[in-house]
Design a protein around this ligand. Structure first.
Ligand code: PLP
Length: 221
């Protein structure tokens, strides 16, 4: 079902289906959800809390599983996330980026991530301020050990399509402006969840993060 929605949205936008990657967000669901996702041929799994990522990734890692960290990270947990996640979508401040860079250099690893932009400006969301995003993300993308593969955002949870379009188009515009001045930022746009994935794909999303449409409502999370 999710694949069908993705395919329809991609073809409506004149894009190929495989230009959009599906991350199955297993947060709030038991480990059986992971087995179901892997059994259905999905390889990308996402969690938004460090302890849950730790619990789940520890039992399910290997060459065919890619773990995505999609939630806010407290500084003291950054090292654990750097160890566990293959792609960190939620690099939401210069401070966190600098910390991840230090960890990468100390441990001799490369940390791959996306810079999260607060395109809607809502106080409840984290991320780089859209006004300063180009300058700040350009700077963090040059830190040693850190590879910024693109950008991530969350649209406001509203019924108004125009507001959602603005958030996603704003992220795409930020990436375009970065690409005009630097080659070190990659091409990914992580945007689109269960409620707004169709709009996100129309606006150029390359990664959608889907929980509810795959696994149903979360219990207590
Ligand atoms: C929970 C979550 C998702 C998935 O949301 P659904 O509406 O269940 O598809 C995507 N991105 C982030 C950052 C999340 O926290």
């Amino acid at each position: 079902m999710v694949r069908d929605r993705m395919k329809r949205a991609a073809s409506a936008a004149g894009r190929s289906e495989d230009s959009v990657r599906l991350v199955a967000v297993t947060k709030g669901h038991p480990v059986e959800a992971i087995d179901a996702a892997l059994g259905a041929g999905l390889h990308d799994l996402g969690e938004n809390r460090v302890h849950e990522l730790d619990e789940k990734a520890t039992g399910h890692s290997g060459p065919d599983v890619t773990w995505h960290m999609i939630g806010h990270i407290q500084g003291r947990k950054a090292r654990r996330v750097a160890e566990l996640a293959d792609l960190i979508h939620s690099i939401d401040s210069t401070k966190l980026a600098e910390r991840l860079s230090r960890i990468a250099v100390e441990d001799g690893i490369e940390v791959a991530g996306l810079a999260q932009v607060n395109t809607s400006g809502e106080g409840s969301k984290s991320g780089f301020d859209p006004v300063e995003a180009v300058e700040q993300i350009h700077r963090i993308a040059e830190l040693p050990g850190l590879r910024i593969q693109g950008l991530m955002t969350m649209a406001p949870y509203v019924d108004n399509d125009a507001v959602i379009v603005d958030a996603f188009a704003g992220l795409r515009d930020t990436l375009d402006r970065l690409h005009a001045i630097t080659e070190v930022v990659g091409p990914e746009l992580s945007m689109g969840m269960t409620n707004d994935m169709d709009i996100a794909i129309r606006e150029g999303s390359t990664i959608v993060r889907i929980g509810t449409a795959l696994f149903g409502e979360r219990v207590g999370a």
